[in-house]
Design a protein around this ligand. Structure first.
Ligand code: M6R
Length: 365
């Protein structure tokens, strides 16, 4: 049932404040202001590496998770798309655990990667939305995303719930490994507590602007997404979302890679969506934006109040979000990124919930 919404995708986008909060409460004791250590059956303290694998949007969630595990838990992460991971013959050791991410829990390549790790004796964790799935069944530890059924082929609420679980697990690992101070943990928990309310505010603030902007975007054949840090995987996710439902060609790049190739494409016909919260990468990303502007590229900047105040560059649109802690930024910034793809596709009249050639669950290689 789509309720008042035109598409399941729209309904699922707007469900995010609720399902993210539901998911977080499984891993975080909001009253105590701490993560629930016993919600993880992985012995993070005694690992020297974590292997991760997934496909599509779930893979991008994993890439963001890698930044968090490495930064907050000082735990090195080996991550690859499952179709590569399963055949790479990655050397695995007993001091590793493996984490697989999948909405459906049935993705063939992800399952094969899981079995490869299991056969090599690793403890297996799974971040899954479907509790009764094969991937959940074959794992030692199941970390549920409590997103509820996701019907739209384009993954939205599953993605932000995966990020929520990965954020909590990175904090749990940080605590177990003694690399996350209790002050930092408390500040991150506080930021996560406020996330659902902020998400609702963001919807109200940006929806009309994005709907208008999407009309303009629908005229283009190619779109480039740029970001640094955790905004880089989000740029990849933005490009995937746009291409899969609007059929506009889109690419995501690490902003620092711009001058290693993609800058050759920049002209007035290739808008550039820059995801740049005012974080420690901001200044660098602004230089990349200047390089784009100098070549006649039109910029859509997704930033926060500080970032908007700090740049004078002319943009096609500047989407302004509240200033948030870095642990919640990718979850909050996912919302405008999803809305851009959604409204562009709606405006173009594509089948948003069932894009051509795609299946919700990819159970064959
Ligand atoms: O069910 P899974 O999370 O394992 O699915 C993985 C991908 O097939 C999926 O995320 C796909 O990329 C989505 N259609 C993206 O919106």
């Amino acid at each position: 049932d789509k309720g008042n919404h035109r598409h399941f995708m729209e309904k699922e986008i707007y469900e995010q404040p609720e399902v993210v909060s539901h998911t977080l409460s499984h891993y975080i004791d909001f009253a105590e202001g701490r993560v629930k250590l016993d919600s993880s059956q992985i012995d993070f303290a005694n690992l020297d590496r974590l292997a991760m694998s997934a496909c599509g949007t779930a893979y991008y969630a994993g890439l963001i998770g890698k930044y968090w595990f490495e930064r907050f838990a000082r735990l090195p992460v080996e991550i690859d798309v499952a179709s590569e991971f399963r055949y790479r013959e990655i050397p695995l050791s007993g001091k590793m655990a493996a984490l697989f991410i999948s909405q459906s829990g049935e993705t063939a390549d992800t399952l094969a990667s899981l079995r490869y790790c299991r056969d090599n004796g690793l403890t297996i964790g799974a971040v899954v939305n479907v509790r009764e799935s094969t991937i959940a069944r074959e794992s030692n530890a199941v970390f549920p995303t409590l997103a509820g059924p996701e019907i739209g082929v384009a993954s939205t609420k599953a993605f932000t719930c995966q990020l929520s679980v990965l954020a909590a697990l990175a904090m749990i690992a940080g605590r177990a490994r003694g690399t996350l101070s209790s002050e930092d943990e408390a500040a991150m928990v506080q930021a996560l507590v406020e996330l659902p309310r902020l998400s609702n505010e963001v919807f109200h603030a940006v929806q009309p602007q994005i709907e208008m902007l999407s009309r303009e975007l629908s005229r283009f054949k190619d779109v480039l997404y740029l970001g640094r840090g955790t905004s880089f995987p989000l740029a990849l996710e933005g490009a995937l979302k746009l291409k899969e439902i609007s059929y506009i060609h889109a690419e995501g790049y690490a902003a620092g890679e711009l001058k290693h190739g993609p800058i050759a494409l920049i002209d007035e016909n290739m808008p550039v969506i820059v995801i740049a919260p005012h974080d420690r990468h901001f200044e660098k990303t602004v230089s990349n934006m200047q390089e784009v502007a100098a070549r006649g590229g039109q910029i859509i900047l997704i930033t926060d109040e500080k970032g908007a105040a700090a740049t004078t560059l002319e943009t096609m649109a500047t989407i302004v979000l509240p200033v948030v802690d870095e642990i919640v930024a990718p979850i909050l910034y996912a919302l405008p990124v999803q809305l851009i793809a959604y409204h562009t596709a709606v405006f173009m009249g594509t089948d948003v919930d069932q894009p051509r050639n795609l299946a919700k669950s990819v159970t064959v290689e």
